[in-house]
Ligand binder design. Sequence first.
Ligand code: BG6
Length: 465
Amino acid sequence: MVRIIFVIFGATGDLTQRKLLPAFYNLMTNGMEIDILAIGRRDKEETFAQEALAAVDTHGHLARTPEADKTFLKHIRYHRMDITDESAYTELQKQVGAEAIYYFATSPSLFKHILKGMQHAGMTRGKVMFEKPFGENLDTARKLNKKITKVFPETSIYRIDHYLGKESVQNLLVLRLANRLFDAVWNRDYIDHVQITVAESIGVATRGNYYDHAGALKDMVKNHLFQLLMLVAMEPPATLDARAIHDEKVKVLRAMKPFSAKRVKEDVVRGQYRKGTIAGEEVKGYLQEENIPKKSTTETFIAMKMLVDNHRWKDVPFYLRTGKRLAKREAEITIQFKQMSHPLFPKLQENIICIRLQPDAGISLQFNTKHPGDKIQVHPVIMDFCHDCVFGPNTPEAYEQLLQAAIKGDATLFARWDEVEESWKLVEPIMKHWKQQAIPTYAAGSMGPREAKHLLERDGRRWHL
Ligand code: BG6
């Protein structure tokens, strides 16, 4: 196999340290032939490799070994350059030589400079990987895409959504389509509603500069939660090829009922955390975090009701919810079945499939059984599958899977342009409407503002998490 060189723009940034370096380390440990050329502005030629090992220590999920350290150090280099300086790319080009994978892990405002520099130096072969956010709105996303596709064909562009690299997310299609039991009932005749919750207990930490421009809608919903929704709602693809899967996914977005101003008001709830307590520890409010303007109205929480207006899902609400500084870190998808009206058993609990994405990946199924005793009494119980218990811990991390997929040229785990474009179309009316509104707050350590609870109560339902 040809040695692949990864050129990382933004090598000293948070993402590279937390996600990319540990992923590269594990891939190299598993024999993957990779070279890394880390690009940064700061003078770190002497220190970068050791700092990279420290990052693996802090953020990696496997223990380091002397053997793996040696391989890693041998294949990682740091190159100092100003990525806004077009002429610097001629020198970079000499260092890269063969076909490369260029990883854009910088702030998105720098993407255009990098593309221009690369074009200037004739670095137009290979693949390009982009971290989100892809644009700041529909217009800037289109402009960015135009710039990229002028230089690289769609087949060489890999737009990251790291949720697609998670094993538990990849399992969604298998669960749905490889089980007659589930496949047969995966529609509006049987399913009452779907809940998708990605709760985080962390705050914005040191990412205030980025986060305050993004907010939960652009940081989480538009990409990660929409991806989960698409995987739950899409029609079965004809094959498992990237194209067939993307084609079906994008149809879900196109079938989504758009957000009119009235719907934004009724079906979308946002919030911002104020100070509170999480796991016994006092934490600051959003407005007291580093680099957050004192009057910021950026949302750190969002809950919304979405409707996929097609034959399979008509009138089945999909409730999405995500937020920072919530009571716990937990992500799950709940499929709640319709209540059975049975002449023999008048008070039955609904069947529920709960797909736990993290931290303890697994699937549980709630069903009714007879409570022991001489009378027939129905009692709901839970059957549980725990992923690690069956397959063991140490499943490859999301980024390992994504980097591997990019090397292989498999686009399945990345967002195609039309998915990105349709997602922007869906969320733009929400962004516009919010501009004039005050933002409700919620206490850190809660599960969001009370309006989020009302969103479901109004429909006679409740959040499971
Ligand atoms: C990132 C967001 O894409 O996903 C972060 O920018 C968020 O704000 C993170 O914390 C959550 O990822 P995970 O894998 O920890 O659920």
